[in-house]
Design a protein. Structure first.
Length: 280
């Protein structure tokens, strides 16, 4: 059984972009529906942040690669999503058209970026520690678990200064890799509730169709219906992503071939790590 996995936001802009009819169509939709030019990586109207630009780039590349795979005759029997990979995933399962997904990405991204104008936020990637000490570090420093990717690969979310302290403590406790990335908002954490009503109004403003391919969520590992999607997209921004549990659920569901449909190969690496530790 083939699973399409949709990763979250890329961390850097592209060194190069495809140049073929499928990509040009996606780029045209991004210009039309999100006022963003992928080729020049610039805004056509009122500018938004670099993070919103990266979100659009990530979604656009996932949409493009979905088209490529289907043009090659490859279709999934199940779809999974990680973090903001939910946006292209809902296009892949037929719940929203591609143009609306790009528009929704830009609108929700701008809403989240408004939080960053009040205070700086960051994500902290910590590799090497297990969950229990990681949670203690988060509590000690007032930050939050954002991603549980494997038993030893986590992201924390919170204010920049607190994140620097948390990452320093993680190194002191034996983490073998720590990186800090800027972000517009405390993603996948309780403080996102501050803009939950605004995000809810954005997500509720679209007409979702029933997924034609089962779409597994990354919180409870349940299949999402059209009625679930607006509330889920708000809720997933306030709660941690659990990819380890999601991957295990995908294996139990019978998935044996996993294709990462987006920028990079982070989900493939997480899958290999999980398999190396405990199999399925």
């Amino acid at each position: 059984m083939i699973c399409f996995m949709f990763p979250g936001q890329p961390l850097a802009p592209p060194a190069a972009l495809p140049d073929d009819p499928l990509f040009r169509e996606i780029a045209g939709l991004a210009r039309e529906r999100a006022a963003f030019d992928l080729v020049t990586f610039s805004w056509l109207g009122a500018p938004a942040t670099d993070q919103v630009a990266l979100q659009l780039y990530g979604v656009a590349m996932s949409l493009y690669r979905t088209r490529l795979l289907r043009a090659e005759g490859v279709s999934p029997q199940l779809v999974a999503e990680h973090s903001m990979g939910i946006y292209p995933a809902i296009a892949a399962v037929g719940a929203l058209p591609e143009g609306e997904v790009l528009e929704l990405t830009a609108r929700s991204g701008r809403a989240m970026a408004a939080m960053g104008r009040a205070k700086p936020y960051a994500l902290g990637c910590i590799v090497g520690l297990t969950l229990e000490p990681l949670l203690a570090i988060a509590e000690n420093n007032g930050v939050f678990l954002a991603n549980h990717n494997t038993s030893r690969h986590f992201l924390l979310s919170g204010e920049r200064g607190a994140m620097e302290d948390a990452c320093a403590e993680a190194l002191g406790r034996g983490a073998f890799s720590v990186k800090i990335f800027p972000c517009d908002a405390p993603l996948h954490a309780p403080p996102m509730a501050e803009i939950a009503d605004e995000l809810g109004a954005i997500f509720a403003g679209y007409r979702y169709r029933e997924p034609v391919i089962p779409l597994l969520d990354h919180i409870e590992q349940e299949f999402l219906t059209a009625a679930d999607l607006p509330a889920f997209m708000v809720r997933e921004l306030t709660l941690p992503v659990n990819w380890e549990r999601t991957y295990r659920a995908l294996r139990r569901a019978g998935c044996s071939r996993f294709l990462e449909v987006g920028v990079g190969d982070s989900l493939k690496k997480y899958n290999r790590w999980i398999e190396s530790e405990t199999g399925r």
